[in-house]
Each structure stands twice: as C-alpha cells, then as structure tokens.
Design a protein. Structure first.
Length: 536
C-alpha cells in the first residue's frame, strides 16, 4: 500500500509539469514545459510549434483544442493570445485580433491554477492587450519586451522564455537604427539556442528575421538553409528562407522555397476554384515575383500576375495579402521598364477594402505615377501624386509613422519624375536624391522582398538621362551594395560605366548581367545590349 501511494504521488508530479515532446509531424521540435495534463499538453506543444512558424489560424485552433482537453490548462489561452497578435513583426494586431486576444487573456486568468512561471507568461502577454484603446501599440510592445526580458531572467533554464524575448526584441526594433542593436542582441540569444536546439522552428525563424538586413544578411544563411527542412508542413517556414536569399541575391533559391510555400498555403486552404486566395500564398508570390524579375523569367512572371489578378477574395482580411495584391503587378511593369503599362495599373480586386490598407494602396499610385511621368504624361502623374499625398496624410494621422515615411519617399520620387517630364532637371535631381537618402535611412519592412523600385536606382537613371554618367555610376554602385544582384542595378551600372568611358568596368557589369540571366525565358532589350557590347 505504501508503495502504491508513492507511485501515485510520482504520477501526480509528472502530470503537474509535463516535459515537452519532440514533434515528428514536420513542425519541428519544441521544449516547453507546462502543468497541463498529458493529452492537453501534447496538443499545446503542437500548437506552439505552429505558432513559432506563424501558422496562426492553425495554432489558435490547436490551443483551443488543448484548453478543451484540459480546462485547467491556462497556458493554452496564453498561446491563443499570442497567436491573435497576427504576425507580430508586420504591425499591430487587427481590431478582431485585439478583441480575440484580450478575451484569451481573460480566459487564461480565469482558468486559475498552473505554475507561477505560467502565470508570468500570461501577465507578460497581457501587457500587449491591456489599455489598447488608450496606449499606442509600440509603447505596449516595449512593455511586453521588458516583461519577457524579466521572465527570461527569472527562469534562466527556460529556453522558450529567451526565444520569445528575442522575438520581442525584433518586434520593438528601431527601423532607423543602423547599428541593428535589437536585432544583434536577439541573434546572440538565438544563436545559443540554435546550437542547443537545432530543430527548433522558432529559433531558425527568428534568426532569419534578426539578420534580415543588408550588412548582416550573410550571417542568416545557416538558419535560412535549415528552416525549411525543420518545419516543412508550415507554409511560412517554407517562405522565410527567402528573406535571406533575397538579401544576398540568391534568386533561384528564393523562387524555389516560395513555390513550395505557396503550394503548402494553397493546400491548407483547400479551395483554389472560387477566386479565394490565401494571403500566405500571396506573400510567397510577391517574393517569387521579385526573383523572377531579377532572373528575367518574364513568362513565369506574367503567368503569376494573371493568377494573382484572378483573385476575388482573401482568406483573411490582412495587410500582407493586400500588399502583395498591389505590389506583384506593379513589380512586373516597373522592373521591365514598361512605363505606359505601369501608368494604367488599377486596384485589383476593386472591392478588397483598400481603405483599410492605405500603405498597400499607395503602391499602385506610386507605380502609376512613375509610369505616367516617364511616359511624359505629367498631368496624369500629378493625379497619382495627389492620391499618394492623401494616403500619406491618413497614415500620419493614424500614427503609422513607418508607412507614412514610405509614402513620402514614393511622393518625392513621383514628384522628381514629374519635374523631369517638365524639364525642371535640377529640381528633379534634388527630389530623387531626397527620396534615395530617406530610403537609405530606413529599412525594408518584412512584408516586402525589397523596395518596389529602389530610389537610388531611379536617381542613377535620371542622372544617366541627363548625361551625367560618372555621377550615375556612383549612385548605381551605392545601390548595388544594399540591393545585391538586381537586374536593373547591374544594367544601370554597366550603362553608366560605358557612357563614362570606363569600358573595363562596363564589361564587368555586363558580364555579371548575362551570368545572372542565363535562365531567362524572354529577350529583354537590356540583355541584347549586354550581348552586343560583349560581342556575343
């Protein structure tokens, strides 16, 4: 009898703090201890694995199932609250996300029980939801980062706390900080975790985000090359390596991993016939389009545009999907220098609800403005300029400072080309230089593979157009350092070198351009020019 009591005590102790189970269902391995009963704990671990790969709708479902299996599993409601943030690196949660996340926090607190560590997790996430109607998102996010820092210090053996703290550092980075302080601090935490848990999906994922900046992108290649194999069931895990591949100009790698990501997202949606489209697939398509344009795979790009324009509705009303819907056709026109085509772009589908996503709508007007101005239609370009200005004002009023600044950069660029169309050449140079300098002072958002049309490239184009080849070359070479292996960047540098009389450098750049486009499926005039120069 005494022995039986000892066995029962031991079983209760195991139930109170169940160790995590390594996952074998293509989601990676996560080690997160909880006090949930075994069936609920197993569901919780699977949901956390999805959460770490931003497979958010599936994660919410998993956390709800864990809570139903074990009503005392308060930490499951914490997981739901984290998932309802949406992609925490893309911006504030949606109104629905705020409401659902707040409700999840309240359920977590009401469930009671659990360990003090679990209650600390719940208290930390509450800082991101509490007083959302009074306190701006960034202030709440900074409070959350501080709470996660304290939690990680309080529980030094809890690696999950450190991993979520690293994510919080990336959530609160300063996009104007060129020392990358938060990102490198996060990377330092995550590299240690990566060595200890090489199959952890969140570690590889957040390392990629930490290194997603031109001067440090090469450091992210090990995580990028590993992440897709860690969690091949998660669409976002298949996409994320392309953030680093894009930074280093590895275009075919980016195309391949995004094709796999889009396929997984569409399979998860299980509806490809009614015009419904997964926003995750669209996000992957935007990166694919960027890669197609650099390799001059124009037929593939055209097919992708046609597929995207057939979209009637998104599965989730999300900024990421709206951004891709605007940027994909815009990239296709601008990267091919088809100015008249760009000037005719429209918001598609028209009933998407573009008023909710002014930063996405601004992309279409930017492309239209550039296209019209470079076609010589200053009056039509001015209409686009006025709409960009209205959208910028709305973003400023909403305190969406990052995207307000991006719209201002777009406004300056369009204004510059309008000035050129009207032969106000020095004003044009000044406006485009302002756009280039302001763009260089910020960083690209994770939602995009890169600027729709880099401002410094445009400045180089303008200077070439004005016969100032040496100045143009300097601008192209500056742009090429941060925007590596870009088709138009290499072409611009080659053309500027040729016109400046540096034939050796022109040969070098034209050679790079032909190497880049060995698998091109069309005959762009830039490629013909490179072959003519090189005698091929």
């Amino acid at each position: 009898m005494k022995l039986m009591k000892l066995i029962l005590v031991a079983l209760v102790a195991v139930a109170l703090v169940v160790p995590a189970l390594a996952q074998t269902d293509k989601l990676g391995a996560v080690n997160f201890q909880t006090s949930c009963k075994p069936p609920g704990h197993t569901l919780f671990i699977k949901a956390v694995s999805m959460l770490h790969s931003f497979w958010l709708d599936a994660a919410v479902k998993g956390f709800n199932e864990a809570a139903q299996e074990d009503p005392a599993c308060a930490i499951a409601h914490w997981g739901s609250a984290v998932a309802w943030l949406g992609n925490p690196l893309a911006g504030p949660p949606s109104p629905r996300g705020l409401a659902e996340g707040t409700a999840a926090v309240q359920r977590a607190k009401a469930a009671g029980g659990g360990t003090q560590r679990e209650r600390d997790y719940i208290a930390a996430i509450e800082t991101l939801y509490k007083d959302a109607d009074k306190i701006d998102h960034r202030t709440r996010a900074q409070a959350y980062a501080k709470a996660m820092e304290q939690l990680a210090e309080r529980y030094p053996d809890d690696r999950e706390a450190s991993i979520f703290y690293a994510l919080a550092l990336n959530m609160t980075l300063n996009p104007n900080d060129k020392t990358y302080a938060n990102q490198l601090k996060a990377a330092g935490i995550l590299e240690k975790a990566f060595a200890a848990e090489p199959n952890h999906p969140g570690v590889a994922h957040y390392l990629i985000h930490s290194y997603d900046f031109p001067p440090i992108a090469d450091k992210g290649l090990p995580a990028a090359r590993r992440y897709a194999s860690i969690a091949p069931a998660a669409p976002h895990a298949l996409h994320m390596p392309s953030h680093i591949f894009t930074r280093v100009g590895a275009w075919q790698d980016s195309i391949d991993t995004n094709r796999n990501s889009a396929r997984a997202a569409l399979e998860a949606l299980r509806d490809n016939t009614t015009g419904l489209r997964s926003y995750e697939a669209l996000h992957a398509y935007d990166y694919m389009m960027y890669g197609f344009m650099q390799l001059a795979k124009d037929r593939d790009a055209k097919n992708l545009v046609e597929e995207v324009l057939a979209t009637k509705k998104l599965n989730v009303d999300h900024f990421v999907g709206a951004y891709a819907m605007a940027s994909i056709p815009a990239r296709y026109s601008l990267e091919r220098r088809q100015w008249a085509e760009a000037g005719r772009l429209t918001l598609t589908p028209p009933d998407l609800g573009w008023d909710k996503f002014p930063q996405a709508e601004s992309i279409t007007w930017f492309a239209r403005g550039i296209g019209a101005a470079r076609s010589g239609d200053a009056a039509e370009a001015t209409k686009s300029l006025e709409r960009i200005d209205t959208l910028r004002a709305a973003l400023t009023l909403a305190k969406n400072n990052y995207w307000a600044e991006q719209s201002e950069i777009q406004r300056l660029a369009v204004a510059g080309w309008i000035a050129r169309a009207q032969n106000r050449n020095e004003e044009a140079v000044n406006l485009l230089r302002q756009a280039a300098d302001r763009e260089a002072a910020t960083e690209k958002h994770p939602v995009t593979p890169g600027a729709l049309f880099p401002s410094r490239e445009m400045l180089g184009d303008l200077l070439l157009d004005l016969g100032r080849a040496s100045e143009a070359l300097a601008e192209f070479e500056r742009s090429n350092k941060s925007e590596r292996n870009r088709f138009l960047g290499l072409y611009g540098a080659a053309r500027a070198s040729q016109q400046a009389g540096d034939q050796a450098k022109a040969r070098e750049y034209y050679t790079q351009l032909l190497t880049l486009t060995q698998t091109a499926d069309g005959e762009r005039p830039e490629i013909k020019q490179a072959r003519a120069f090189l005698g091929r």
